[in-house]
Write a new protein. Sequence first.
Length: 273
Amino acid sequence: MQKTQYPGPAGALPFRIEREGGIAEVVIDHPPVNALDASGWHSLAEAFDAIGRDDSVRVIVVRGEGRGFCAGVDIKELATYPERIVAVNAGNYETFRALHRNPKPVIAAVHGFVLGGGIGLCGAADIVVASDCARFGVPEIDRGAMGGGAHLQRMFGVQKVRSMYFTGDMIGAAEAWRLGALERVVPLADLRHAALTIARQIANKSPAMVRLAKEALNGIEDGDLEDKYRWEQGFTLQAYMTQDSGEARAAFVEKRDAQFERFADPLGADGCN
């Protein structure tokens, strides 16, 4: 496996890039949960754009190391520096745009938790392969933020997206496959091999034809993914102006329950009227 350096910010990056023939692997490796700060998201966007301009690359595979694929943004950064929400939003937007609009096909190979920005990466990709331990969710409503619905809706139906969005509940790989979001579900040990098998098949096609195919397929999608996501991000900024958003972030960092106005369970303690 060849390691390739692309132009980008100096210093340690929360990911690495490896090459195998015409396949570039972008491996997110930022313990403990692969949550990226504003700088990390911008660096990732620059890397995807640089790979897209590299004529020797035919397919991109993005995956994660450690406990899970990607837990999204670094909530601790935003709890300490709430004014960085604009930079984080911009980094998310540019990263997902760099994948969705990349001239090369993108395969996401995911395992463990796939949350928030991890959903954005999957929703922006062309193909998603998952380990049987993968779990998908958008916990933004419990973190005082918005966003992720546009990319989640590229994977699931409208009402499933709304259920996941309003409740913050996660679903497993088997259910995601049943609902058509995944190309393949495999044991964790086989995940990288499964993604590279598909990548090699695509890499052996005419690069000119594949590039035209991706542009054509993007063009026939329903609506503009980037515009939809930008619309959502405006509501994240609005959310950050509320007291509830600050309380949600503080509770997450302090590992306690958020204190919102709560109402009694209408079904009663025993679950019956």
